[in-house]
Design a protein around this ligand. Structure first.
Ligand code: M6R
Length: 610
């Protein structure tokens, strides 16, 4: 997830572009840059790190000109560095891009075979090469961009300028967001409304498969096939604070809503529905490597530890490898038996958590291979790992992890399918069915979100005074019970515990009375019958039982006080769906209590202390 901006007008463009980027910095902040037309040339300034570094660079090398584009980066291909920062310039063309080009490796090879050389590791540079090449074939910038984009697969919002047309910015969109702003004698583009809000409230939302040419006098929109699109501007009356969070009250809620997009970005280029397989080059394991793995260790903390527990289920079930999950802080405190032949998977949203980093270093020193699953490109854990399978959730601002948790689950499931297939223990048919099912998950998550939101808000209102709340689940629902409890504790400060449902009778059941809401995860899966038994045990002790169950499950509905339903899916996909109402429940309870949802007391987003 990155932020892009563009401006065509009569004002000095650099301050306008910088201001727009400042409002988009929540979308990424590992590097930034501007490209501005000046005297028949394109001036470019880029800097690594937060926007203030770009401001400093601009104060030393100012860019004058009234037409330009800008970018704030959240690295997806190529670590944060000046050379990987946008805009990317090839010949007369400069490009900024938000998204992921799926076929960039094939395109890079083709262009290299034709004699092109590359300066960055990014997928974006490919677009700049393609547009420059098409411009050489003649015609306007608009048609060159159109022809270039027919060769590109994946997600993009791009803004392009060329010395051949100093008064235009050409933009295009597929999957990634792009908004156009219509001002008085000026036009704008940006990844999101906030970037443009101080300059105009008249905005046009570009749709997938559309492009536009921005000129001072207005914008002209076409589809990629050239069909003209007529679209009126919409008047936006958001306040600046609402705009920063895209209209959501808190980043956490926004991030819960972003999960469909985050999942799609994470699956993009990895799930291949045509071949029914996983593209696993980032995993860094050949078929022989996969076959040689004797044991897997999953190391993580907090929410990432919960996704790791689900990961153990996936790896054992689909890849048939003995797997151990460890709290990183405990693992590194022992003298663990780990070494050659072991695959250690370090799971960390930030990639900087000290305990996970040190535990992974310890395992590596003992001879294990380390694979990171992280969201922040170029962070410490990926840097020390043998390979990294990144989640593409985009920056997560809320301290309570939501979209990073579900994208970690996605990577762990894809990794398990990959390992199972390469080890020859997962048949082609089962593998293809899993890939197909996985592709549908992001959409189903959004259905669950939209379909359960009101009911969950009502439940939160009814139970938000409870002092203690229990979350129960078996099998793949156990880590989700842990995650539901952690979410509630960390943002609402309510005492909550997650238990393996089968453990209740060994002690925790003593906690239950009529004042304790018990959230039981009971989707129709292989643990269903046993979970129903546990649910009844709680009900028999007068608990207020709220079930997260499969649509149409009348048996559960008859026993429980309340039921929140998810669609029927294969067992391996249930965690993606059951966690959504639990995230919402924690959010609503915290909001009703008036806590600081995005920055709860005593917590930090990245824990770099022991
Ligand atoms: O960045 P990491 O995934 O390594 O962070 C691990 C935990 O600190 C983190 O998941 C924490 O538990 C979150 N606040 C949970 O919402």
């Amino acid at each position: 997830m990155c932020g892009i901006v563009g401006y065509v007008g009569d004002e000095d463009s650099a301050p306008i572009l910088l201001d727009g980027l400042r409002r988009l910095e929540y979308r990424g902040y590992d590097s930034a840059g501007l490209a501005v037309h000046h005297d028949g040339q394109i001036g470019v300034v880029r800097a690594v790190g937060k926007l203030r570094n770009l401001e400093k660079a601009l104060s030393q090398a100012p860019l004058a000109g009234t037409v330009g584009i800008g970018h704030t980066r959240w690295a997806t291909h190529g670590r944060p560095s000046e050379v990987n920062a946008h805009p990317h310039v090839v010949g007369p063309v400069a490009v900024v891009h938000n998204g992921i080009i799926e076929n960039h490796l094939q395109l890079r090879k083709r262009l290299a075979d034709q004699g092109h050389s590359f300066v960055s590791d990014t997928d974006t540079e490919i677009i700049a090469h393609l547009v420059a090449l098409e411009l050489e074939n003649g015609g306007e910038l608009e048609s060159a961009v159109r022809r270039a984009l027919t060769q590109v697969e994946g997600a993009y919002a791009i803004a392009v300028i060329s010395t051949s047309e100093p008064d235009t910015v050409v933009v295009a969109k597929s999957s990634s967001p792009l908004v156009l702003g219509i001002g008085d004698g000026a036009t704008y583009c940006g990844s999101d409304i906030p970037a443009l809000l101080p300059y105009t409230r008249e905005m046009i939302f570009l749709e997938d498969g559309e492009m536009a040419v921005l000129r001072r006098e207005g914008v002209s929109i076409t589809k990629l096939d050239g069909t003209v699109v007529e679209r009126e501007a919409t008047h936006i009356d958001w306040s600046p604070v609402m705009a920063e969070k895209a209209g959501f009250k808190h980043f956490m809620l926004k991030e819960i809503y972003e999960q469909q997009r985050a999942m799609e970005d994470t699956l993009r280029g990895r799930l291949d529905r045509e071949s029914g397989d996983i593209h696993g080059h980032e995993i860094g394991l050949s078929t022989d490597d996969a076959k040689a793995i004797k044991r897997v260790y999953l190391l993580a903390c907090g929410t990432s530890h919960h996704s790791a527990i689900a990961g153990r289920y996936y790896i054992e079930k689909l890849a048939k490898i003995p797997t151990t999950v460890e709290l990183a802080s405990e693992f590194r405190g022992r003298d663990p038996i780990v070494g050659e032949g072991d695959l250690v998977i370090a799971v960390s949203q930030s990639g900087e958590t000290l305990d996970t980093l040190e535990a992974a270093k310890l395992a590596k020193a003992k001879g294990a291979k380390v694979l990171a699953i992280a969201n922040v490109i170029g962070s410490a854990i990926p840097r020390m790992s043998d390979a990294t399978f990144y989640t593409h959730a985009g920056p997560e601002i809320g301290v309570a992890s939501t979209k990073c948790f579900t994208t970690q689950l996605a990577n762990l499931l894809m990794l398990s399918i990959f390992l199972g297939a390469r080890r020859g223990v997962l048949g082609d048919e089962e593998r293809a069915a899993l890939v197909e099912g996985m592709a549908r998950v992001p959409h189903l998550m959004n259905d669950v979100l939209v379909g359960t939101k009101q009911l969950v808000a009502n439940l939160a209102r009814r139970y938000n005074h409870a002092r203690d709340v229990l979350f129960l689940g078996r099998g793949l629902s156990f880590p989700i019970a842990l995650e539901g409890a952690l979410k509630l504790k960390e943002i609402s400060y309510v005492h909550a515990e997650g238990y393996a449902a089968g453990e209740m009778k060994h002690g925790p059941i003593a906690l239950i009375d009529e004042n304790v809401p018990v959230l039981v995860l009971v989707p129709k899966d292989s643990t269903y019958d046993k979970s129903i038994g546990n649910l009844q045990e709680a009900k028999a002790r007068d608990a207020q039982v709220i079930a997260i169950a499969t649509e149409g499950d009348d048996e559960v509905a008859a026993i429980c006080n309340d039921v929140v339903t998810i669609p029927a899916v294969d067992e391996v996909f249930t965690p993606f769906l059951t966690v959504v109402p639990l995230q919402l429940y924690a959010y609503f309870v915290a909001d009703m209590k008036g806590t600081d949802v995005d920055q709860p007391r005593n917590l930090a987003k990245t824990v770099t202390v022991e």
